[in-house]
Design a protein around this ligand. Structure first.
Ligand SMILES: [Zn+2]
Length: 145
C-alpha cells in the first residue's frame, strides 16, 4: 500500500474555538465577518460563508434579535465595571461611574456587535447545527461547479 494515498483523519474544529474566531456555525471554516479583528468604526459581516455558502442572515431582519444578546452583554459589562470601580476606588461620585461606564460601553461595542451575532447563530438559533460534511477541504458549495 502506498503511504501517500492514506489521508490523515482531520479533527473537527471545536465549537468554542470556531465561535471565538467568528467562523461559520455550519462548517466552522469560513469567516462570518469580512474584516477580522477589532474595529471601532467598521464591522462588516459577510452575507454568506465564503467556504460553504451558508447564508448568515437566515431571514430578513434576523439580526435584530442580536440586539437583545448585545444588550445582555452590555448590562453584564456595566455591572462588572461598576462593581470593579467601587471595589477599586470606593468612589461615591456618580460622574466617575457615568464616564467610565459610557467609555466601556463605547469601547466594547464592536465586541458586543460581533459576538452577539456569533452567540445568536451558534447557540440561540434552533435550526443551525454543525455539519461535518461541510468541514472538508473538498466540500463543493451547492450551485458551484
Ligand atoms: Zn460555512
Amino acid at each position: 500500500m502506498n503511504s501517500s494515498t492514506i489521508k490523515p483523519i482531520a479533527m473537527p474544529t471545536s465549537q468554542l474555538s470556531a465561535a471565538l474566531h467568528a467562523k461559520c456555525p455550519k462548517c466552522r471554516r469560513g469567516d462570518m465577518f469580512a474584516n477580522s479583528g477589532y474595529n471601532l468604526f467598521s464591522q462588516k459581516m459577510n452575507k454568506a460563508c465564503p467556504h460553504c455558502g451558508f447564508t448568515f442572515e437566515i431571514e430578513p431582519g434576523y439580526f435584530y434579535v442580536a440586539m437583545f444578546v448585545s444588550y445582555a452583554f452590555n448590562v453584564a459589562e456595566m455591572v462588572t465595571m461598576a462593581v470593579g470601580i467601587y471595589i477599586l476606588t470606593g468612589s461615591h461620585n456618580p460622574w466617575a461611574y457615568v464616564i467610565a461606564l459610557l467609555g466601556v460601553s463605547v469601547l466594547l461595542s464592536p465586541f458586543n456587535f460581533k459576538f452577539s451575532r456569533v452567540v445568536l447563530l451558534y447557540w440561540l438559533t434552533p435550526g443551525v447545527h454543525y455539519d461535518p460534511d461541510r468541514d472538508r477541504d473538498d466540500y463543493k458549495r451547492p450551485g458551484s461547479l
